[in-house]
Write a protein that binds this ligand. Structure first.
Ligand SMILES: [Zn+2]
Length: 316
């Protein structure tokens, strides 16, 4: 993945490139984000950049043997850890290596993917994954080995907040004395759930929402929609590419949420509690990701209704 494929975050890209060219890359960086901001593609682009022998002042070359392996996520010194759970095939002590093919498939298709997409591909059904101590031991072992290609080693830990206490303590030892030429990129969508002792050993880079103008340009190209539509979706998505994509696909299909929201509001206004409960029962059947989308849509609906009630129609 090259920096040019990562939507927005131009300031962060410049900051990372400067760290690389000054030789001051911290051994552990924690990227904090909201789903869909792009911390995963950004950290992949950064690792690729650092290892590219032909990198320029703005990006990796994208065509050398090293870049090719990074693009395919098969570089032997690029390691991954992500939340896993037991499945029909893997019935005990699951670790990321058991699901590396699913990971590569999902990330290569869409590095802005949500947690649920990965779980679906892994066959984890609706179980929430975690990063356990078996994984932490594996991280330790992988990073203690000499780099296969003689350069840097990278460990990308996706959704680091899913590490349990035991795994966090083990990782802490690694962060205290990181092996030479080793870089850990932790990605978290819930930084407040990570142990303060881990946070204090990482450089924290908090990603902002994707620049609205750049996001809308991307949506215009991807969906072939008009500039005004793309601007609207970019605004509603709150700077998240995955949220914008889902919202556009949904609006193109006709939204099932509109009926649910109407039922919910009507139920509340008429104080028909049973109708309200039946809406929540329907929402409870959805996946976590869809439930989150529903909440975002509901918030946006309430916000607009409020603005409308103030007579500021033009704001909507
Ligand atoms: Zn290259």
């Amino acid at each position: 993945m090259q920096f040019s494929s990562v939507v927005g975050h131009n300031d962060t890209k410049r900051q990372l490139i400067k760290l690389g060219s000054d030789g001051r890359v911290p051994h552990a960086i924690l990227f904090g984000e909201e789903p869909g901001y792009g911390a995963l593609p950004l950290s992949l682009a950064f690792a690729q950049y650092l290892s590219c022998p032909n990198r320029t002042e703005t990006d990796s070359c994208g065509s050398c043997p090293s870049c090719n392996k990074f693009e395919k996520l098969i570089h032997p010194d690029l390691h991954f850890a992500f939340p896993v759970s037991t499945t029909k095939k893997i019935t005990s002590k699951p670790v990321s290596d058991n699901f590396i093919d699913s990971w590569r498939k999902v990330v290569r298709a869409n590095p802005y993917m949500g947690e649920q997409e990965l779980y679906d591909e892994m066959g984890a059904e609706n179980k929430l994954g975690n990063i356990g101590v078996a994984e932490a031991s594996l991280i330790f072992r992988k990073l203690s080995m000499t780099a296969f290609e003689g350069g840097n080693k990278y460990m990308v830990i996706w959704l680091a907040e899913r590490m349990n206490q035991e795994a966090s303590n083990k990782l802490l030892k690694l962060l205290e004395e990181p092996p030479k030429d080793t870089y850990l990129f932790l990605i978290s969508q819930s930084v407040d759930r990570i142990l303060p002792t881990i946070l204090s050993r990482c450089r924290i880079i908090k990603l902002s929402p994707i620049d609205r103008h750049l996001l809308s340009e991307r949506l215009m190209i991807e969906f072939g929609i008009s500039e005004s539509d793309a601007t609207l979706w970019a605004k509603i998505s709150g700077g998240s590419l995955s949220r914008a994509r889902r919202a556009i696909s949904e609006s193109q299909e006709t939204s099932a949420f509109d009926n649910l929201i109407a039922d919910l509001i009507n139920g509340c206004l008429s104080r028909e509690l049973m109708n309200v409960i039946s809406v929540w029962e329907e929402v409870a059947m959805l996946t976590r990701e869809r439930q989150r989308d529903f909440c975002y849509k509901l918030i946006e609906y309430i916000r607009r209704t409020y603005i409308l009630s103030l007579g500021s129609e033009e704001l909507i």
